[in-house]
Design a protein around this ligand. Sequence first.
Ligand code: NAP
Length: 200
Amino acid sequence: METRRSIGIMGGTFDPIHYGHLLTAECAADQYNLDEVIFVPSGNPPHKTEQKITVAQKRYVMSLLATIENPKFDVSRIEIDREGLSYTIDTIKTFKDLYPQTKIYFITGADAILEIFTWKNPDKLLKEADFIAASRPGYSLAKIEKEFYEEYRNRIHILKIPGLAISSTNIRKRIKEKRPIKYQLPEKVESYIRKYGLYK
Ligand code: NAP
């Protein structure tokens, strides 16, 4: 009997993408038997309209450079090319149409998942897909594990990632302070950041 395909939709701002994200995708693929992980850089994040983020095309190229060597990884322009604000419910619906009969996991940071009830159509969202919440070392999972997680125990899965101590915010800060970022992200991504003078 043929087993049903499973894919991971790896959502994030990826400003910039780093080894923590890549390790998260790899661990999720291993633990949940995913056939493919598709990185989806946020196009126009509804929760970051006040915040300055790098232009979507550059975040997309960095995601491509970072994932190019892994045959299981792919990058989608779905949110970048869609007009208006990028809602996860729309992204999941599009992937469900593109990949019928496929189990879909949406992978993102645990802190982002904690805010899921502020997202568009949260109840629908939790019916449409399973969620993998990647957590950083030292991050308190109490809230996710007790109140919230219990109600959606079958839908939200916590994945502890040691390498997620690396953070995009910290990488941007280090660049501003002219400190090294080597070994935190793929060399090709660092070269791209230097070439275009990002985060200075
Ligand atoms: P964020 O505030 O940039 O990230 C929240 C935390 O999660 C950060 O610590 C971040 O670490 C981490 N993180 C983000 N993506 C990750 C990933 N794929 N794997 C592991 N850790 C990750 O949140 P965001 O990236 O903008 O949003 C995450 C996802 O939720 C996006 O796909 C976004 O579209 C979706 N979202 C949807 C709605 C909505 O539909 N209304 C609202 C909010 C978010 P780094 O800084 O190191 O990446």
